[in-house]
Design a binder for this molecule. Structure first.
Ligand SMILES: *Cc1c(COP(=O)(O)O)cnc(C)c1O
Length: 390
């Protein structure tokens, strides 16, 4: 590593910092860690034979999520995408509606809209939060929509804009207050994609608890994992009951009879996954602490490099720092791929942000607003290793 110290090249300097903080390679972007009761609970689950759809860990995991997030209800499901699908459906999103989603998000946010036969409509993000830009959205809606029968109608397409799905990017809370105000003023439902932000707070309140629904993911790369899994959060009791029912094949409870009162989904979280989730959630505070500590370590090193800054939580928020991000200065974006190549070749997994969804084959023709900031974030941001044992 000494050979890099004198280097003027940005990619060498970044590699040097990551080496200094993360130690010898290989280091993944986000490796799960299992330091608690995982084995105990999974053994207990196997011993009980209730590995599948029923069992006490599902109930416990849901009530632990309620305790941790402060949402009134939590419904666990097979993955975060399924959680979004059901949250959208129960928010009344239907055929030929439009749903506002950030262009800068994981593809699942838009796919879940498509599963409802609705149309993702792409919105720009802001540099301060990496989330949807509330003020720019307000101006855009003022110019391009009108209210008809209490609904927001897109003048260009004639379709109803039924919902918006802000996402808390890499764990950093979006400007949820501004977005809620836009959603109220334009009669648009708000669902938070909080897949990345378990343990992140906006003005002291947990992300995913502001909108009609919030959704979580417990995929293997998230801050806690159930292998695969997700959850729907809501404060509305009847919506919570409906969400539980529709994600458990809409079976009417009965001692032996198979009666289903609507087309349901087999989206329930298996008990064995919930067992893992219970053990993981017990450790959430220490996971968040170590991520916030890692941010500080990276910060003290990256502050020595001029042409880069480490992304910091927005002012009004406390972030879980799920993925650490470096942002290149505008005149340095040409260096992004050199940095990605150098670090990955050296065994340190780094990644660019997602390709903007409006550039993906299934979404190329979708409605969108000006996306200048999303494009510039995409070109200048790199995620660096964010979960490793020192
Ligand atoms: C992970 C993720 C999802 C979906 O979660 P899965 O559990 O993988 O289906 C949705 N949205 C965002 C922003 C995510 O990062």
């Amino acid at each position: 590593m000494n050979s890099y110290q004198a280097s003027n090249k940005l990619e060498d300097q970044v590699l040097e910092v990551i080496f200094k903080v993360a130690g010898a390679s290989p280091v993944k972007l986000h490796e799960p860690t299992f330091d608690g009761n995982e084995w105990t609970y999974i053994k207990e689950c196997l011993d009980s034979t209730y590995v599948s759809s029923v069992g006490k860990f599902v109930d416990k995991f849901e009530s632990d999520l309620v305790d941790f997030t402060g949402a009134k209800f939590a419904i666990s499901v097979v993955n975060g995408t399924a959680a979004l699908h059901i949250a959208l459906k129960l928010s009344g999103v239907k055929d030929n509606d439009e749903v506002l989603v950030p262009a800068l998000t994981f593809v699942a946010t838009a796919n879940a809209v498509t599963y409802c036969n609705a149309v993702p409509h792409f919105v720009d993000s802001e540099e301060t939060t990496l989330g949807m830009d509330a003020e720019k959205l307000r101006e855009y809606l003022k110019d391009t929509t009108e209210q008809k029968n209490g609904m927001c109608v897109n003048n260009l397409t004639g379709r109803v804009i039924r919902a918006m799905v802000p996402m808390h990017t890499f764990g950093h809370p979006a400007n949820i207050e501004g977005l809620i105000s836009v959603s109220k003023d334009f009669n648009i439902e708000l669902i938070e994609d909080a897949a990345e932000s378990l343990g992140s707070y906006y003005q002291g309140k947990h992300t995913g608890t502001f909108g009609q629904f919030g959704t979580l993911s417990f995929n293997g790369n998230k801050i806690i994992t159930t292998g695969g899994g997700g959850a729907i959060l809501t404060n509305n009791e009847s919506l919570a009951r409906h969400a539980k029912h529709i994600t458990t094949v809409a079976k009417v409870p009965h001692a032996w009879e198979f009666s289903h009162d609507q087309v349901g989904y087999n989206y329930r979280m298996p008990n064995i996954n919930a067992a893992l989730g219970c053990a993981q959630l017990e450790q959430i505070s220490s996971k968040i602490k170590s991520k916030r500590d890692l941010f500080k370590k990276y910060k003290s090193e990256f502050s020595k490099i001029k042409r880069i800054k480490l992304f910091e939580e927005p002012k009004q928020s406390e972030s879980n720092y799920w993925l650490q991000s470096i942002i290149l200065e505008k005149d340095q974006v040409g260096q992004r791929d050199l940095i990605l190549k150098k670090t990955n070749d050296a065994g340190y997994m780094t990644r660019p942000a997602w390709n903007l969804l409006c550039d993906l084959a299934p979404y190329r023709k979708n409605p969108k607003m000006d996306l200048t900031t999303s494009k510039s974030i995409f070109l200048s941001l790199i995620n660096i290793p964010s979960n490793f044992k020192p």
